[in-house]
Design a protein around this ligand. Sequence first.
Ligand code: COI
Length: 354
Amino acid sequence: MIATSLSINKVEKSKVSELDFDNIPFGRAFTDHIYIADYANGQWSDFRIEPFANFSIHPANIAWHYGQAIFEGMKATKSINGEPMLFRPEMHAKRINRSAVRMSMPEFPEDAFKEAVYEMVKLEQNWIPEKEGSALYIRPYMIAMDEFIGVQVAQSYRFVIFCCPVGPYYSKALKLKAETKFIRAAQGGTGYAKAAGNYAGSLYPTKLAKDEGFDQILWLDAKEFKYAQEVGTMNIFFVIDDTVITPSTDDGTILEGITRNSLIAILKEKNIKIEERPITIEEIMQAGKNGSLKEVFGAGTAAVIATVKAIGYNDDMVSVNPDEFKIAPMLKDTLNGIRSTRLEDTFGWTVKVV
Ligand code: COI
């Protein structure tokens, strides 16, 4: 796979032997190398993989003031035979460019993106945890690099990829607060983009929710506080009676999750009823009260599938019992099974790195 004039400068000695694979802190252990490409004069150049190290940034870097910063999150796993594999890299290559367009940033060529993650995973394959459910988390991101004060589209950018071996993101079932004061995304806003600012804006309301004893926020729509959108770090699914329901992404306020997309495909293949549609918090609470709400779970690259045990809405609370969930564990098993080659990848989602 040759898309760019990629230069590779390998470390002399890997740090991988220092990692305790049985106790991997999520997002805090970094592999040996970093990928960098720079954009100036209307084009990307200087595609390189280097030993992982700090890089210096001008104090007036425009991204820190006006927020031109986007990212992706994807995972590499190992097959039963020990071959490294990527999961749906083309979807991530396309999504970062949808984010780039929305934030007025240059697109990163899809071929260069795929080459970059491919070469990074090839180089870092010894860092991929072998335990099913663990993975090498790959974090591509792009930031503006102009040294300037003034709100305008930057002329220079940096695209970076680093990798972290990770275990599960959430270790227990979550209690969600349906948020009735703060919003995550409004129609016409940046909700569908994986833009850094979307996450920054969620931190304060999430802190308040945590102070009240919740784990995460279930965001509601910005206009009426009526329709469920997504959870802080993932898309959301509800099982009511025998139908799985997930909010539709048509209005541009919800991240088009690649795990979300994969779960929908698995459900369809298994002939389980799946509806992508607006779902009101009233419908969810009512289903919780009359016993038809069977399961609630979040889905995302980091989280994979995270079960939810309760949802609070104003002074009301409904609970479900994750020990009785049937669909969420089946989906998790299928996804992890495809990612480890324990199950056949009938969808063609995994790409071997050889
Ligand atoms: C992911 O699921 O990969 C994300 O990017 C969410 C992040 C906040 C951990």
